[in-house]
Each structure stands twice: as C-alpha cells, then as structure tokens.
Design a protein around this ligand. Structure first.
Ligand SMILES: C[S@@+](CC[C@H](N)C(=O)[O-])C[C@H]1O[C@@H](n2cnc3c(N)ncnc32)[C@H](O)[C@@H]1O
Length: 263
C-alpha cells in the first residue's frame, strides 16, 4: 500500500480538519488522468489548518514535484472569520508522520493570502500548480482573491478545489466564488460534492466532468448531472434523501414476505 492509499484507508482520521474522505476517491481519478495526460506541476493549498487535505494532495506528488502550504498559521489575529486555526507545529508533525520520506518537499509559507498572488506562487515554487485547494479565509473578497491566485498559477490541465461554496455556515463563500466565475469566464466548474466545487479551464472541464461521472458510477456513489451558473456539473456524494414527514400519516408498515406458496 503506498502512502496515499494508507492515508485514504485510515491515516486521515488522525488529522484534525474538514476534508471529507469520500473526496479522495475522486482526487486519485483526477491525479491519474493528469499523469496520463502529461500534466505536471506542484500541488498547493491556501488554508491548511492541520493538513487534513494538504497531506492527501502532497502524497499524490510524482518524483521531482513539490507542494506548497499557505496559511496564516500562528498569526491567528489575521483570521478575521475564524475559519479553522492553522497551527504550523501540529501541521508539520502530521506531515512528517504521514509523508516521512517526502515531507521536505513541502514549502511552508506563513502569511495572509491577501498578500499572495499567482506570480508570487510561481516565484516561490518555480513551477505551476496542477492541484490547488482554496480553503483559507471564508469572506467573499478573500475567496475571490484566493481563487484568482489559484487560477493565475494553475498548470494547463490543472484543477482548483474550492471549499464551502454551498456550506450554509459560510454564506459569503458562494458570493466570492460566483464573482470569480464572472471575472474569469475562461474557467468552469465541473463537479460539486463532499463540500467542494471542482473547477478547471473551460476547455478542460468536459473531460474532467466525464471522468468524475465515470468514477462515481464505478463507486456506486449517489450522483446526478446538474447545472451551476450555466455550466454542466456532476454532483457527487449526494446524501440519501430524508423526507420531513411533519404531521403526515405514517406510511403503512411493509409486509414481510414469508415465502409461503399459494395453494
Ligand atoms: C477551514 S481551515 C482549512 C481546513 C483544511 N483545508 C482541512 O483540510 O482541514 C481554514 C484555514 O485557513 C486559514 N486562514 C484563514 N484566513 C486566512 C488568510 N487570510 N490567509 C491565509 N490563511 C488563512 C486558517 O488559519 C485555517 O487554517
């Protein structure tokens, strides 16, 4: 079992954070597709907290690739919306535990993401980013800024993983996300699920959408085709519907089939 599979199978349970494990089945599909298509670059995240998603991305690195973790970490006075609370010490400990042989390939950059730009990412990493998670500040201006940073440093064939776009606890995130889409029509969402929206360049989105739909069918995941702001998207990891019955009469109990043959 490689490091990623071990992390998916159980390692992630030991890392505090918000990444839902079901997402990992889809990240591997995207990673494999990128490798088949010759897409390379770094992996990166803005807003790593203790590294729950970052470590999964890092474990997908090919030889020679690097990762970058951007967070305000110990300057939590800058965390104006109190979304998580990065802790560099805990993060580095988790990374060394789950990726002992490659932990030194992670570039850790403390600071406010509002000071970071796509050019700054490229300068620090010396390469574009093929998987970029955006999960830092949860206010519209920050979300939109961070998505621009990801878009400006994305590899051709790269994917942005936007967090909390439909999370009712963070209503401003969807405002920032939709603003980004209107400012960058060359990007399009292609999948929604596990509290993430996946975004690629518009010309790459249809192939990623089919990839996600196929993976979802393979897994027997509950999913459906929908639209998001005029773009086709595949909704994955849908919870089973639980109707609210209120005062409606209870449905009659289902009869058990006793297997008696009619005479
Ligand atoms: C919800 S947590 C991230 C969760 C993480 N991605 C995971 O997989 O569990 C949000 C993180 O964003 C960081 N953060 C908040 N505002 C930020 C900002 N303006 N710049 C950089 N990081 C920020 C916080 O310190 C926190 O670690």
């Amino acid at each position: 079992m490689n490091g990623f599979d071990a992390y998916r199978a159980g390692g992630h349970h030991a890392v505090h954070g918000w990444m839902q494990a079901g997402l990992l089945d889809f990240l591997t599909a995207i990673d494999q597709h990128q490798k088949e298509m010759g897409v390379d670059g770094a992996v990166a995240e803005i807003g790593v907290h203790h590294g729950r998603l970052f470590i999964a991305l890092h474990l997908l690195l090919s030889d020679g690739e690097r990762s970058a973790a951007f967070d305000i970490f110990d300057s939590q006075e800058l965390n104006i919306d109190q979304s998580g609370f990065g802790d560099r010490g805990v993060f580095e400990q988790n990374l060394r535990l789950h990726a002992p042989r490659t932990a030194d390939r992670a570039l850790i950059v403390p600071g406010d993401s509002m000071e970071l730009t796509g050019a700054g990412v490229l300068e620090r990493l010396g390469t574009r980013v093929r998987l970029f998670s955006v999960d830092g500040g949860h206010w519209a201006d920050i979300v939109c800024h961070d998505l621009h940073t990801a878009a400006d440093s994305l590899s051709p064939g790269g994917v942005i993983i936007a967090d909390d776009v439909f999370n009712q606890s963070w209503p401003d995130v969807c405002v920032g996300f939709l603003r980004f889409l209107s400012e960058r029509p060359e990007f399009a969402p292609f999948a929604v699920g596990y509290n993430k929206v996946l975004v690629a360049r518009a010309e790459d989105a249809p192939a990623f959408l089919e990839l996600i739909a196929a993976r979802s069918a393979e897994l027997g995941d509950r999913s459906k085709r929908q639209e998001l702001d005029g773009h086709p998207v595949h909704v994955i990891g849908m919870p089973k519907p639980r109707p609210v019955l209120g005062n409606a009469p209870k449905p009659a109990p289902r009869r058990r089939w006793l297997g008696l043959k009619a005479r």
